[in-house]
Design a protein around this ligand. Structure first.
Ligand SMILES: [Fe+2]
Length: 362
């Protein structure tokens, strides 16, 4: 909710997140980064604390988790986080599915961190490579065909329908041109005849259907409901030269209670005095998940495959030493090349016990 009531008390900067001097700016914000907010100008770093109990930030390297689909073609992905709106999955499928599948619990959006192949669908095949999102809406029959030795796929399943938000004021071609969405053409190869096994996820339980006719026998399709892929290299980052824009500027897809966001390479802000590194913050209404695909920040490579969770309302942010470094090395870095997939969820996320076992100390 926007309001015209705003107050400034004590030492502040006229322009938020700029020219803050020796103070530490700590943003407390509602509605993600799009609602009412307060910036608190602190003397010290608010993220230095020891937590006991569930209200704590955690991180894990997804290379340390072995879903059953990594070693068994018949296996499945590993659940990482969940709430009533969303489930976040890890797949490391190394062999092609010997079955087709249909998820009637929700829409699936998979980010390809590692691996290549084809997702065969009723609508036709879609190739995938690192940096792709593969979006498979609810109830579409499909099969993952793997063409690399290994994969690492980060999946977001939502009960609500995944759709692009309205990019107010940006026109039809920003932050991505709809022509860069890849949509399947019907397969020109007739599928094999004979029985096909279809695995269906319904109310979190799996059933098996023996299909007499192959579901990938579609010769044509039309409509506005289809699977698609999109590569993050085709995303146009919206930015300001004098203000580090918040994640809400970079939303790719939304579903009920969930935002899927890209933080991607771009020039650093160049107006001196601007804070280039995300400030300390409390996202009061959303849990945050960040998955690092790659890139670097201030000359330091980011930890590929790391996933982190920050509960809503917890103080977090880049460490003070990164903030100092960004000011000290202002002229040494002209770009930030991070590639981070971020998910915001309105409902608190629970950590699966397999993920909990992989959580790194500090
Ligand atoms: Fe955050």
């Amino acid at each position: 909710m926007r309001t015209l009531i705003q107050h400034s008390k004590g030492r502040t900067s006229p322009q938020a997140h700029r020219d803050i001097g020796d103070l530490k700016d700590d943003e407390l914000t509602r509605g993600g980064f799009d609602g009412r907010e307060a910036v608190l100008y602190r003397r010290e770093d608010p993220t230095v604390f020891k937590a006991t109990g569930r209200f704590r930030s955690t991180a894990a390297d997804l290379h340390d988790i072995v879903p059953s689909d990594m070693t068994d073609a018949d296996g499945g992905p590993q659940r990482l986080y969940y709430n009533a709106h969303a489930t976040i999955w890890l797949s490391r499928r190394s062999k092609t599915m010997p079955f087709v599948q249909r998820n009637v619990d929700g829409d699936e959006c998979w980010f390809v961190h590692e691996g290549r192949g084809i997702v065969e669908t009723e609508f036709g095949p879609l190739s995938f490579e690192p940096g792709d999102y593969v979006v498979i809406p609810k109830a579409i029959t499909h099969r993952w065909v793997i063409e690399s030795e290994s994969t690492l796929l980060f999946g977001i399943e939502t009960v609500g329908e995944q759709r692009a938000p309205t990019y107010v004021g940006l026109g039809r071609h920003a932050p991505f041109d709809p022509d860069t969405i890849r949509v399947p053409d019907p397969s020109t190869v007739a599928p094999s005849t004979g029985g096909v096994e279809m695995r269906v996820k319904y109310d979190s339980e799996y059933s098996t259907l023996k299909l007499e006719n192959h579901p990938f026998d579609v010769e044509g399709w039309k409509g506005d409901y289809f699977p698609f892929t999109f590569n993050v290299r085709d995303w146009n980052v919206i930015m300001s030269d004098s203000l580090h824009l918040p994640p809400s500027m970079h939303v790719f897809l939304v579903a009920e209670g969930v935002n899927i966001i890209n933080l991607l390479p771009r020039p650093f802000e160049s107006i001196e005095g601007t804070e280039r590194i995300p400030w300390y913050h409390r996202n009061a209404d959303y849990d945050e998940i960040a998955f690092i695909h790659g890139g670097e920040s201030l000359g330091r490579p980011l930890h590929k495959g790391l996933v982190s969770h920050d509960p809503q309302g917890i103080n977090h942010g880049f460490p003070e030493r990164a903030r100092d470094k960004s000011r000290r090395e202002w002229d040494d870095h002209s770009r930030i090349t991070w590639q981070i997939i971020m998910i915001e969820t309105i409902l608190p996320l629970k950590l699966d016990e397999v993920l909990q076992a992989a959580v790194m100390d500090d």
